[in-house]
Ligand binder design. Structure first.
Ligand SMILES: Nc1ncnc2c1ncn2[C@@H]1O[C@H](COP(=O)(O)OP(=O)(O)O)[C@@H](O)[C@H]1O
Ligand SMILES: O=C(CO)[C@H](O)[C@H](O)COP(=O)(O)O
Length: 556
C-alpha cells in the first residue's frame, strides 16, 4: 500500500489535519477544528490589540483533527502514515516551565492571558519593539539587520519582554519561552525541555534575531542592556536551529495511542504557516508566494549566494533555509488584508446585530436565519457591486494600516485611514477603496524587494482570499502589473507540511522532489489589464502621498 503523511496546519482561527498520499499527492482526508475559546474571544481585547490563545484550543484540535481525519481516510491508511509535520502562525510564543509546559497548563495560571500563547497579531508590545530598535541602532552589531532592520511588536523578544514586565507571577514562573511551531513537535516527540527541544530555523531567524553570523541569538550583554529582567534567559533558550526537513523525533507511546498511529511515525521540525504554505503552493526561485488571508505573507526564495550578505531593508527577514532548505528565504507581509474587509463587514453589521436582533416583528428562528444569511453574503454582494464602480470614479483613497504596517518598514503603531469621501460614497465604493488599499500595500512590498535588488519574476497566490475573490485578485494583478497564478490546493499550508513530512520520513531526498510529486499545480491565472494598470499607477501615487501625510504629519 502507498505511504501517507499528515500536514497539521494551525491557522489564526482553526487547525486542520490533511492526510496526503506521498506518491500521488492525493488528499485523502482533511478535518478542521475551530478553536472554541478563541471563537468566544476569551483572553482577548481587540481594543488593546491583545490576542491570546489557550494551549487547550491547540491540544483539543490536534487530537480531534487527526483522529477524525484517520476515520475519514480509507482503511489501511493509519498503518501507512510515515510522517507528521506541523506549521503554525508566528511569532506566537508562550512562557513555559522547566519541563516545557506552557504556564497556562500549570496550577494557578489556567486563566491568565499572560501565561498563554501571544498570537502573531497581538500588538501590545509596541513600546518594547521601539526600545529594541533604539538599542539595536546604538549597539556595535545591529541584531535587527537580518530582520529588515526594524524589529516589530509582532515578534518574540518584544512580546516576551512586554509580558514579563507586566506580570511578575509569569516572570517568576517562566523558565523559558517556546514558539507554537516548536511546542507541538516537542510534545508529540516527548522532547519538551526548553534547552533540548528542536527549535525552528524559520521562527528563530525571522522573529528572534537568531543568525549564524551572531553565533545564535543576540548577545547576553545586549539583552541585559535592554532589560536586566532578561539576564540568564538566553542560556535557557537555544543556540542551534533546524530546518523543516529535519526530524524532531518519533511519536511518543502516549501520543501514538491517542492518535491511533504507530510510534515509528517521524515528526518534523515545525515552521510557520506562510512558509510551509509557500512550499505547498510550489514556490520557485524569484516568485513571490503570496499567502492572502486575514493578513498577507509574501515569501520569496533565492539561491544562497545571490543575495549573499546583502541586507534587504524593511522586510521581515532573510533566513538561510527558512522556506526551502538550502535556499535563502525572504519574508514580508501586511498585518491586515482580508481582516480589513472583515472589519468593514462588522461595521455594516452593526444595525443588524443591535436593531434587527431585538425586533419582535419576526420569530426567533426567522430572525436568526435573516441575520446569518445577510452576514454570510455581505462581502460577496459588496464585491459584486464594487466590481461595477469604474477605477478612480469614487475619488476615495484608503490606507491598509488598520492593524499597523508589517512591511515595508514595520510600524505597528500606524492606523488605517479613508480620504475623499462625499455624500455619494456608498458601501460598495468604500469597499472598493479598501480593496485597492490592500492591493497598494502589496505593491509597496513588491517595490521594496525590487528596489533592494531582489528579482521578482511573478506571483503565486494562495490562501482564502486568493480562492474566494476574483475582484481582489484582478485588482492586485492590475496594481502589481504582474500576472498572478493561484495555487490549486485548498489547503496549501497543510499540504506544504505534508510535503515536509515526506522529506523528514525519508520518502524524498529534497523538498523540490516532494513538491514535484505531491504538488497540486495551478488552478487559474489573473493577467493585468493594461488600461487598468495605467489608471492604478496614478491612484498608487495618491495612496503614497496620503500615507506620507498620515505617517508624518497627522496626529489624532
Ligand atoms: N468573498 C470574499 N472576498 C474577499 N475576502 C474574503 C471573502 N470571504 C472571506 N474573505 C476574507 O478572507 C479572510 C480569511 O482568509 P483565510 O485564508 O480563510 O483565513 P486565515 O488567514 O485565518 O488562514 C477573512 O479576513 C475574510 O475577510
Ligand atoms: O506572520 C506570520 C508568519 O510569518 C503569521 O503566521 C501569519 O501572518 C498568520 O497567518 P494567517 O493570516 O494565515 O492566519
Amino acid at each position: 500500500m502507498a505511504k501517507y503523511t499528515i500536514g497539521l496546519d494551525y491557522g489564526s482561527d482553526s487547525v486542520r489535519s490533511l492526510i496526503v498520499n506521498v506518491e500521488t499527492g492525493e488528499e485523502v482526508a482533511s478535518v478542521v477544528f475551530n478553536y472554541p475559546r478563541w471563537q468566544k474571544q476569551e483572553y482577548c481585547n481587540a481594543h488593546d490589540n491583545r490576542f491570546r490563545q489557550h494551549p487547550k484550543d491547540y491540544l483539543e484540535g490536534l487530537e480531534y483533527t487527526i483522529v477524525e481525519a484517520l476515520k475519514q481516510a480509507p482503511q489501511g491508511v493509519a498503518e501507512n502514515i510515515v510522517g507528521i509535520s506541523v506549521d503554525t502562525t508566528g511569532s506566537t510564543p508562550v512562557a513555559v516551565d522547566e519541563k516545557g509546559t506552557p504556564l497556562s497548563l500549570t496550577p494557578g495560571f489556567e486563566e491568565n492571558p499572560n501565561a498563554m500563547f501571544v498570537l502573531w497579531k497581538d500588538h501590545t508590545a509596541v513600546k518594547e519593539a521601539d526600545e529594541i530598535n533604539k538599542l539595536a541602532k546604538e549597539w556595535e552589531v545591529d541584531f535587527t539587520k537580518y530582520e529588515g532592520g526594524i524589529y516589530s511588536s509582532e515578534w518574540f523578544w518584544a512580546k516576551l519582554l512586554h509580558v514579563i514586565r507586566e506580570d511578575a507571577g509569569v516572570y517568576r514562573a517562566a523558565y523559558s519561552w517556546v514558539e507554537h511551531c516548536d511546542w507541538i513537535p516537542a510534545l508529540l516527540t516527548g522532547n519538551t525541555h526548553p534547552k533540548t527541544l528542536k527549535r525552528s530555523r524559520c521562527a528563530a531567524g525571522h522573529k528572534a534575531m537568531w543568525h549564524e553570523a551572531f553565533g545564535g541569538l543576540p548577545s547576553e550583554e545586549f539583552l541585559v542592556a535592554l532589560d536586566p529582567m532578561l539576564a540568564g534567559l538566553r542560556d535557557r533558550l537555544y543556540k542551534d536551529t533546524f530546518t523543516c526537513d529535519v526530524s524532531a523525533g518519533t511519536l511518543t507511546k502516549e501520543w501514538a495511542e491517542k492518535l491511533g498511529l504507530s510510534t515509528d511515525v517521524v515528526v518534523g521540525v515545525g515552521a510557520f504557516d506562510a512558509h510551509l504554505g509557500a512550499v505547498g503552493a510550489e514556490i520557485e526561485p524569484y516568485y513571490v508566494s503570496k499567502v492572502m488571508g486575514t493578513s498577507t505573507c509574501d515569501m520569496l526564495i533565492t539561491p544562497m549566494d545571490e543575495v549573499g550578505s546583502k541586507v534587504v531593508a524593511g522586510i521581515c527577514g532573510q533566513v538561510d533555509g527558512s522556506i526551502v532548505p538550502g535556499m535563502l528565504g525572504l519574508e514580508a507581509g501586511q498585518s491586515a488584508f482580508g481582516d480589513i474587509y472583515a472589519w468593514f463587514k462588522r461595521v455594516l453589521e452593526w444595525p443588524l446585530k443591535n436593531i434587527l436582533a431585538e425586533t419582535s416583528l419576526v420569530d426567533e428562528a426567522t430572525k436568526q436565519k435573516l441575520l446569518d444569511e445577510t452576514s454570510d453574503k455581505i462581502i460577496a454582494k459588496l464585491s459584486e457591486e464594487a466590481a461595477k464602480v469604474p477605477i478612480s470614479e469614487s475619488g476615495i483613497v484608503a490606507l491598509d494600516w488598520m492593524n499597523g504596517r508589517r512591511t515595508p518598514d514595520a510600524n505597528q503603531a500606524l492606523k488605517g485611514a479613508i480620504a475623499g469621501l462625499n455624500l455619494g460614497s456608498d458601501a460598495p465604493r468604500i469597499f472598493r477603496a479598501l480593496v485597492e488599499a490592500t492591493a497598494f500595500g502589496s505593491k509597496a512590498i513588491n517595490d521594496r524587494f525590487i528596489s533592494e535588488g531582489v528579482r521578482i519574476d511573478g506571483v503565486i497566490a494562495l490562501g482564502g482570499v486568493a480562492k474566494k475573490s476574483p475582484l481582489v485578485m484582478q485588482i492586485v494583478a492590475d496594481v502589481l502589473n504582474m500576472p498572478i497564478k493561484v495555487a490549486r490546493s485548498e489547503q496549501a499550508c497543510a499540504l506544504g507540511s505534508a510535503m515536509a513530512a515526506a522529506v523528514v520520513a525519508g520518502v524524498y531526498p529534497s523538498m523540490a522532489e516532494a513538491q514535484q510529486k505531491m504538488g497540486g499545480g495551478i488552478e487559474t491565472e489573473y493577467h493585468p489589464i493594461p488600461e487598468n494598470v495605467e489608471k492604478y499607477k496614478v491612484l498608487y501615487e495618491k495612496y503614497r502621498k496620503f500615507g506620507k501625510f498620515i505617517e508624518f504629519d497627522f496626529t489624532a
